[in-house]
Design a protein. Sequence first.
Length: 493
Amino acid sequence: MPTSLHLLAEAPAQLLPARELMAFTLASHIILVPLGVAFPFITLVMHYRGLRRDDATALLLARRWSAVMAVQFALGIVTGTVLSFEFGLLWPGMMGRWGDVFGIGFGVEAWAFFLEAVLIAVYLYGWRRLKPRTHFLLGLPLPFAALLGAFGILAANSWMNTPRGFSLDSAGNPVDVNVWKAIFTPMFGPQYWHFVVAMVLTAGFVVAGVYATGWLRGRRDRYHRLGFAVPFTIASIAAPVQFVLGDSIARSVFHKQPVKFAAMEIVWKTDTRVPEYLFGRLQEDGTVKGGIKIPLLDSFLAGFSADTEVVGLTSVPADQRPTATQATIAHWAFDIMVLIGSALVLLALWYGFVWLRHRRLPASAWFYRSAACAGVASVVAVECGWIATEVGRQPWIVYQNMRVAEAVTATRSTSLWLMLGVVVVVYVLLFGSFLVLLLKMRTRWRLADAQQAAGGTGLPPEHDLPYGPRAPISPDDVPAARGGADRSGGDRP
């Protein structure tokens, strides 16, 4: 029997549906994470530009983006809460045994979440109600609250990859917990900064992609040019930085998690002068089918020398490493992420070259087609990054300390499959409602802009949003005084 089938036969029946449920909810939630982490920063950059240059268009964009930010945050509340419950419901073995060691990361994330909710409410309420400088200053903590939330989640995940900060007693239970070591593990720094820059890059390309689409449809006014230029510039600065950080974290995985690195690069036997495979499928006997083989490159990328020794999957027993199928999944995810990242760097260089040479935005339709696709591509890259990280760590849920099968719930597999079906239906409705709401907001904003351009007196776009700014009261809306208090019993509120 092939090794993959043998290990699958020995796994609990609950393992597959629990994995599928966790994978679906995480993949869905991570679509919103770039906007939650980096969109406040991009909005504040636009807000600052508006105040600094007395630019009404920039302020209008910032105000509308803040409304989108609030809607996105509301949806993120739901998907994030589901994930939090799933850790305890699907993986009680891990939380029961290791929660005291790494659970502080989830506590930090929870506090950051509540802080961000308050700050978003204050920022939204402040439009037209606070002095411009005061309003902007009250919004400045928003990106830091988002970074704090990412800090908590990445601290927990990096601990699962390189667990530290505890000792084991005779029964194998963690004791003598050192919180600082549990948070700042060897993988925390590379993983955190790689993640944060990825969020900035992704949010920038996603927002810019909306206005690139508008450009392709003939909307080439200053509103669309500015809505494109600011987020795309931020993403273009982040793209080459991310390329360097990506190389750094891959090298950290090579040193700290050599078996995961072997899975991501489908290296079967420990050796030097190891070739690099672009895509390809690892077989049960260690051979690679398909793909493009580049001699010596894997060793060179790992240690800057063709003589660098790369640890292979066979360096550990079969039950302590990813299966051939899992290694292939991690490898493809890693290669797709690198391919997309490289393409985004080239797009950023194109943008930078035109701007430095001509001091204007590119005029090529192909540039804007690429920019419109860059948002979707960057989200795919984020998804692939998480797939490579999580699948490459298999079969461990806590690296070299607890297997996924040991942590899974005892709930019947049938119940878990039903739960997955319900969650899929609910998420489709949630994300569908989110999209419909965004489209309605866009339509209302366009109508308001058209009325203003035609010299009309249309109401402000946010007048009917319960979470948005209210229109200022016009003197014509205030009833004239009638010589005293209202006859119905005093001044009206």
